[in-house]
Design a protein. Sequence first.
Length: 158
Amino acid sequence: MSDIYLTKDGFDKLQEELAGLKRQKNELSVEINEAREQGDLKENAGYIYGKEKQSQLMTRISELEIRLRNAKLVDNSNTAFNKDEIRLGATVTMRDENSGSTMTYTLSSADEADPSAGKISVSSPLAQGLLGAAAGAAVKVRLPSGEKHLAILKVEYK
């Protein structure tokens, strides 16, 4: 299993999801018991649906527990690292040298990624091309849509 790096926010988000799924599992157990009391389980749609849903919940709960147990938290408040260098947790403002447009993205774990909120996965092609670069650098990033020439304007850790 590869290392799982999470920011504190990402870790908290996964813990919240896990707690919610455990609540759903408990509610579903009650529903399954009620359906079981209705008799013939082979033709009991409520029981069959409940068991399928329970299986899906248990799979996701197991996945989350493993991810949380193996997660390595990234602490961006640590002063020992170079805050000008792009890494997980960095908010990067850059300019596309071809179009002149400016964009800002925060590099997050895959669990935290939300492009509509400006958070991209650190394993995405764009983020991979930015990792290790610093403010003031010009980078070429190979994307599925073609090569981009980007100027790194600012790197922040919030």
